[in-house]
Design a protein around this ligand. Structure first.
Ligand SMILES: O=P(O)(O)O[C@H]1O[C@H](CO)[C@@H](O)[C@H]1O
Ligand SMILES: O=c1cc[nH]c(=O)[nH]1
Length: 235
């Protein structure tokens, strides 16, 4: 096992879905994978491996925020040989063009996290981006399924509760679609270790209108996003 994942070598597939919520990982394993087995309960951050259309796929909770997601991403890639990672998360819409439950693919991720400032000595504003091949496949998969997928940039924020809503307005002016809390770290670590990563998100709440989904919905009803992610990850 690695420091934070209790799997034996070979128990995690090369292709992994990454929800922040470990109970969403359980829900995905129970509803979308065949023969799923739990390989880790360390910290209740559940991980499962099963098959999807005959292809081994794992699903691992990552927790909330970039420090937590970085730990799981780093260990999955470097200690378990994971090569393809698709985050399946919830987000708050910044764009007025989005509605509750819309599905987004993040082609790039701006961030207020200091992690990349530290990586580049504060001298470079590194631009974390999605793997182009995965993004293109996700667009094709969504189109084939008749699922409307909006592609654009998101904000990966350190704080869920912001003191600077004015910056959200400004980001929306610059085309940033939504806010979540992990994608910049995922894209950066995947790039560093030559893995492929994509973030697909469902709008769980709308920053402009104040509309929200319930915690149960966030755990369990993001099926369209999961379908796009699974058909993309096995392609
Ligand atoms: O639904 P998940 O994947 O956890 O993603 C979003 O939800 C959490 C905040 O409620 C953060 O982790 C954010 O990125
Ligand atoms: O990080 C997140 C996730 C959902 N909604 C938000 O406002 N922020």
């Amino acid at each position: 096992m690695s420091t934070h994942i209790g799997a034996k070598p070979g128990e995690i597939a090369e292709r992994v879905l990454l929800p922040g919520d470990p109970l969403r990982a359980k829900w995905i394993s129970e509803n979308f994978l065949d023969d799923a087995k739990c390989y880790s309960t360390v910290r209740n951050m559940f991980g499962f491996t099963g098959t999807y259309r005959g292809v081994p796929v794992s699903v691992q909770g990552t927790g909330m925020g970039m420090p937590s997601a970085s730990i799981y991403t780093h260990e999955l890639i470097n200690e378990y040989g994971v090569r393809t990672l698709i985050r399946v998360g919830s987000c708050g819409a910044l764009s007025e063009d989005l509605a509750l439950r819309d599905v987004i693919a993040a082609n790039g991720s701006s961030t207020d996290s200091a992690m990349n400032r530290q990586r580049f000595d504060g001298l470079i504003d590194y631009a974390p981006v999605a793997d182009f091949g995965l993004l293109r496949t996700a667009v094709d998969v969504a189109a084939a399924k008749g699922i409307h997928l909006t592609v654009g940039q998101v904000l990966a924020a350190d704080a869920f509760y912001t003191d600077r809503p004015d910056l959200y307005d400004r980001l929306a002016d610059y085309g940033v679609l939504a806010v979540e809390m992990e994608s910049a770290a995922l894209y950066t670590i995947a790039a560093r270790y030559r893995a492929r990563a994509l973030t697909i998100l469902t709008v769980s709440d709308h920053i402009r209108t104040g509309e929200k989904t319930s915690a149960e919905e966030r755990e369990q009803t993001f099926g369209q996003m999961v379908q796009v992610a699974l058909d993309t990850i096995i392609a």
